[in-house]
Structure formats: C-alpha cells, structure tokens
Design a protein around this ligand. Structure first.
Ligand code: GLN
Length: 231
C-alpha cells in the first residue's frame, strides 16, 4: 500500500462561472456537472482534492505552470492543448455558438463588420471567433469570465459573444437576456486535464472512476439533474 500517494491532496482548478458545469450556489459552495462528477469519481477512487475556482484562462495557465494538479472546467480536448496536457476520456460533447442581445437584429457573422465581439480569454469560443475575425471584420474585447462577457453584450457594448452551446442555452433558460443565432461550430469533447507527463496516477483514477459512474448510473443522474430537470 502506497500511503504517500493516498495522503496526497490534489489541487483541481475549475472555472468561476460556467453553469451548468460549475457555478457558485447560495452560500458560496460550488456545484455543477463538473463539480459533481469529480466528487463522485473522487469518492469511488479515494482521491483527496481541493477545488480552486479561478478564471478559465488562469486555470489553464496554472496547470501548464504546475501550480495546480488538474483542471475540470468544461475544457475541450484539442490537438493543440494535447501538446501541453494529458486528457481523460471524454465526458461531454459541445460546440461553440454566437449569441447576441435578446432584442438585437444581428443574425449572422457578416453583420458583425466594424462591431465589437466579446470573448472569454483562452477558450475554444475565443479561438473560433479569432479564426473568422479578419473575414468578417469585427473587433475583439476579452473577458475573464462568462458573466462579464454576457453582460457586455446585454448592455450593448459588444454586438455578440461566442460561448459553448450547453452553457449559453442553460444561461438563457435561466434568465440571461441573450439569444443564440448560429449553429454549433467546432464540436468537441470535454475532458479532465493534467499537465503532460504528470499526475498519471490521478488521470488513471479519473478514467477508472468515470467508467464506474457511467456504469452505475451516477453520471446520468448528475447530467439529468442539471440539464433535464425543471428545477
Ligand atoms: N469549452 C471551452 C474551452 O475548452 C470553454 C471552457 C470554459 O469557458 N470553461 O475552451
């Protein structure tokens, strides 16, 4: 028995606001799909951890600088990120959409010409928007978290934002005054990440636990709780 490995407390970074994957509940504790699956997996695999909620960009940066042991934050598994990180098996699939203010007339990328687009630093949405920026001629303004990005669009400073579909649609259902006006682009899978070549034990446990909570119905229960209940 390796008691040293058992005693280790991992620091797992997550995003500050990315409902329904992670968000602060009343009283300040974090909940959401990522938080709950991590908790369920940790229980199965006896992983000790503490959560560190920071901006997504900071989470990714701190992981690459070895300041945290893992990131669970609705993080897309991409070929580019795989050069720096090792990912778990996929646990959710999502794509990027464009959203505008509820009353906006903007319906397509061409209408963004000369306008400002709000993006969240370091995200797949930001990467996608940057890739079409010169074609459609818009300006970019960066935010550290989703709520401030939405707000800039809501108040009319920015004409649009790019966000993961399940997050944007959950937010709109829960009262954010935006609307989705595009199909999903760059569909990809979410995975739990560790620094490349590091924390192999943690990653292995995560995969084992993920398989177990998929098999025993807990995974489905967690996803249903946040995405398919009327609560
Ligand atoms: N899924 C997106 C990405 O991986 C956004 C993640 C996030 O904002 N927490 O970049």
């Amino acid at each position: 028995l390796n008691t040293q490995a058992q005693a280790k407390t991992y620091t797992i970074a997550t995003d500050t606001t990315f409902a329904p994957f992670e968000f602060q509940a009343k009283g300040g504790t974090y909940k959401g799909i990522d938080i709950d699956i991590l908790k369920a997996i940790a229980k199965k695999e006896h992983i000790n951890y503490k959560l560190k909620a920071i901006s997504f960009g900071a989470a990714v940066q701190q992981l690459s600088a070895n300041q945290v042991d893992g990131v669970i934050a609705g993080m897309n598994i991409t070929p580019e990120r795989k050069q720096t990180f090792d990912f778990s098996n996929a646990y959710y699939t999502s794509g990027v959409v464009m959203a505008v203010a509820k009353g906006s007339k903007i319906k397509n990328f061409s209408q963004l010409k000369g306008k400002t687009v709000a993006l969240k630093t370091g995200t797949a949405g930001a990467t996608y928007a940057k890739s079409i920026q010169s074609k459609y001629g818009f300006k970019i303004k960066y935010f550290n978290d989703s709520n401030n990005m939405y707000n800039d669009v809501k108040v009319g400073n920015s004409a649009a934002c790019f966000e993961d579909y399940p997050v944007m649609s959950y937010g709109i259902k829960n009262g954010i005054a935006l609307k989705i006006v595009s199909k999903q682009y760059e569909a990809g899978d979410y995975g739990f990440a560790v620094k490349k070549g590091k924390n192999a034990v943690l990653l292995k446990k995560f995969n084992k636990g993920l398989k177990a909570i998929k098999a025993d119905g807990q995974y489905k229960k967690i996803v249903d709780k946040y995405l398919h209940s009327s609560e």
